[in-house]
Design a protein around this ligand. Structure first.
Ligand code: NAD
Length: 471
């Protein structure tokens, strides 16, 4: 049994003032594997004070010093990759494909930020004005449990590059990963108070940070509902906001696509991270003229998405993170059947022969209209829908008929045609014949998928305020 009973404030591992312990589970076995002592509002205040003190000198550091710090962090995170892998597997059932393909993004985030800094000019001139890009101030970073290490690294990198100091509040469900992140930060010789990391409940620590008058900016990745609450809290003191929220992304298969490659790609993205990915393409839009062929290709591709033990390297889909998430996903599968959708693969309950573990059968529905709740709401589990369209215009109209706008995919044999369609999709990112975004590009959502962008200069500038000096 693991016992995590320290938080990281002002360069030191300390016992939190909070006294509540939360259990940690292995979703593959449902067993309790440890417990974490949670920080409280007093700890949040101490962390903000440390970040505020550190801001005085860190905000004045040179580009060279920040680049060196970012490179030390990249090296330090790289050294802990095996520990991160073990924690992701144990703590949320991440499968080998996700760990191998996505975890390397964590050290890369620091490298990318260092590269962005190299060519970034903090002092710019426009006409008679000198524009000085100043660090925004103490930033609160709040992250979800899925891909916790990557999202945390991404936000730390952006804030540090800009000269801001931070308080990080990762999810309560990621305590093991968070502890390793804290150790990696400590090993990178980060000046005390520049990065403070405290695990606590959203309703307690998250609330304390998003209402604290000394916090200038909140960068949040998580659900749309919590994003709305954070925006309300932030309004009181006009905090700057980056909100990376939920999605219900369309994957459009135009009628000239090669289904033998686009269907496996669509399913890989749809079931990514056991179906728990904000940018997943959970609505597959298929040409009615090729619908039978699409459904047959999906059925035969399903052998690559076998659900099972995440320890087994051949497993394509592992368990969902918690009993609560398992129950939510099951209720959506029942809802889909009640709404009149037809099962193509999967269905209710655990896979045959599996008695425990929060395993959901990878499930795909056909006979779905875009008005059904399963086509409109984020499920956050391995459940996809196939919606037919008659022509390009209808595909675009279905794709855009959603409250979300995070990421979309267009697959076509004709790149120029795919780009023409992509330009009409309302989403922060539209990928053509690929499923992973480019870290040189801005990432973030429109509509209810969020506000602001991360990565590259867009991410850097989200932690900066321009000051105009005109003579
Ligand atoms: P969540 O919104 O429940 O929690 C996210 C974080 O917010 C956690 O650290 C939580 O403790 C904290 N929190 C909860 N209530 C809070 C409050 N009142 N004030 C401040 N903080 C609070 O999300 P989750 O279940 O951890 O993650 C899944 C969600 O995250 C999905 O909706 C998914 O789409 C979204 N997500 C979005 C992106 C993106 O880049 N757009 C990436 C990953 C996940």
């Amino acid at each position: 049994m693991r016992k995590i009973n320290q938080i990281y404030i002002d360069g030191q591992f300390i016992t939190p003032s909070g006294t509540e312990y939360a259990p940690l589970y292995n979703p593959a076995t449902e067993e309790i594997i440890g417990e974490v002592r949670l920080a409280d509002a007093t700890d949040a205040t101490a962390a903000v004070s440390a970040a505020k003190r550190a801001f005085v000198s860190y905000s004045k550091t040179s580009k060279k010093e920040r680049i060196a710090l970012l490179r030390r962090l990249s090296a330090s995170f790289s050294e802990r990759m095996d520990d991160f892998k073990a924690a992701m597997l144990e703590e949320y059932g991440a499968v080998r494909g996700v760990i191998d393909n996505l975890l390397p993004y964590a050290p890369q985030m620091f490298e990318n930020a260092a590269k962005t800094l190299e060519s970034y000019e903090f002092t710019q001139t426009r006409g008679a004005t000198t524009i000085v890009m100043e660090p925004v101030g103490v930033s609160a970073v709040i992250t979800p449990w899925n891909l916790s290490v990557v999202f945390t690294a991404q936000k730390i990198a952006g804030a540090l590059a800009a000269g801001s100091t931070l308080v990080v509040k990762p999810s309560e469900l990621s305590a093991i990963q968070t502890h390793i992140v804290s150790e990696a930060v400590h090993a990178a010789d980060v000046p005390p108070g520049v990065i403070n990391i405290i695990t606590g409940r959203g309703s307690v620590v998250g609330n304390a940070l998003t209402t604290h008058p000394d916090v200038a900016k909140v960068s949040f990745t998580g659900s749309t509902a919590v994003g709305q609450q954070i925006m309300r809290n932030a309004a009181e003191t006009f905090k700057r906001l980056t909100l990376e929220l939920g999605g219900k992304g369309p994957t459009i298969l135009l009628d000239d696509t090669d289904l033998a490659t686009s269907i496996p790609a669509a399913l890989t993205l749809g079931f990514l991270n056991n179906g728990q990915t904000c940018f997943a393409g959970t609505r597959i839009l298929a040409p009615r003229s090729r619908l039978d062929e699409v459904l047959e290709t999906i059925e035969s591709a399903m052998s690559d998405f076998r659900v099972g033990d995440p320890q087994d390297p051949s497993t394509g889909v592992g368990p969902v993170v918690s009993q609560k998430q398992f129950d939510i996903v099951q209720s959506y599968i029942r809802l889909a059947l009640d709404e009149g959708a037809e099962l193509l693969v999967g269905g209710e309950g655990r896979p045959q022969g599996v008695e425990k573990g929060w395993y959901v059968q990878p499930t795909i529905f056909t006979g779905v209209t875009n008005q059904m709740r399963i086509a409109r709401e984020e499920i956050f589990g391995p459940v996809l829908v196939v919606i037919p369209f008659d022509d390009e215009e209808e595909a675009v109209s279905i794709a855009n008929d959603t409250p979300y706008g995070l990421q979309a995919q267009v697959f076509s044999g004709d790149t120029a045609r795919a780009h023409r369609v992509a330009r009409q999709i309302e989403a922060g990112t539209v990928l053509v014949n690929r499923i992973f975004s480019d870290h040189e590009a801005p990432f973030g959502g429109i509509k209810q998928s969020g506000i602001g962008r991360e990565h590259s200069t867009y991410g850097l500038e989200s932690y900066l305020e321009p000051r105009a000096i005109t003579s």
